[in-house]
Design a protein around this ligand. Sequence first.
Ligand code: HEM
Length: 269
Amino acid sequence: MSPLANLFRSSIGRKILMAVSGLVLTGFAFGHLVGNFQIFGHPDQINGYAHFLQSLGPALWAVRLVLLGAVGLHVWAAVALSLESRAARGPEKYGVHRWLSAAWASRTMRLSGLVVLAFVIYHILHFTVGVTDPTNFKGALSDWVMTEDAREFGIPLAAKGTVVHDVYSMIFIGFTCPWIAGFYILATGLLALHLLHGIDSLFQTLGLRSAKWSGGLRKAATLLTLGYFLGNLAIPGSILTGVVKPAPGTTAAERTGCACAMCPAETKP
Ligand code: HEM
């Protein structure tokens, strides 16, 4: 069997595929969070950054394909490994043991993985395609004219005067809706839990989870994933509670409250 076929057919090969695709997705998740923190700056910042990403054209599509491939591989390996371990275990006699053992971690992994997958599909429809949020339909949102040049690490992101999509208002308007903000908080909480168990399995696959290291590794993973969750919580949380207000002159600043069908009339803009 060729080494590539072995990777797909053997149990350890599937675990390696799962770990590598998981690492790619984790890298994206942390990078995306750092980029999203620009929401706390001037609108030029995140709007210029989003405009720069959109202007990458084929390079952006290459990254999207890598991410899509990583998601596909990760889900495929998870299903294959889960079927394999079920077959190896045979009929379950001691139900209580299943809940108290590693099966609990894998059950929460399946549940959190499914919710995160559903969230990512919703999130792309919400922010990238712009079709799910009635307060955010593309027509309801004005474009943003850059007031200053935006640069990051010396890279020109967008020039003063360029008309760009107002991602800043899109995020603020989206997160004034408690249902939307709540779903983001729930999904990123489950994603953090998923990452915590994922890091554990990664070290197990690499054979690095020795008795000497396991306590320290667990603490480091807990800190990292907690930091990730708190970072994600800060964005919808601070907007929903009004701790951070939209900048004057943006579409978001001209609106108050949420216009979705589920929120009461008194909160409508
Ligand atoms: C507070 C939380 C988040 C905010 C404010 C946020 C913001 C955004 C925005 C504004 C876009 C669209 C960019 C554009 O089209 O110009 C986007 C795209 C995306 N986000 Fe998020 N995001 C958040 C959390 C997440 C999480 C937790 C994930 C998954 C781990 C995620 C995955 C994605 C993906 C896959 C895209 C599509 C990228 C593309 O255009 O190909 N986001 N996000």
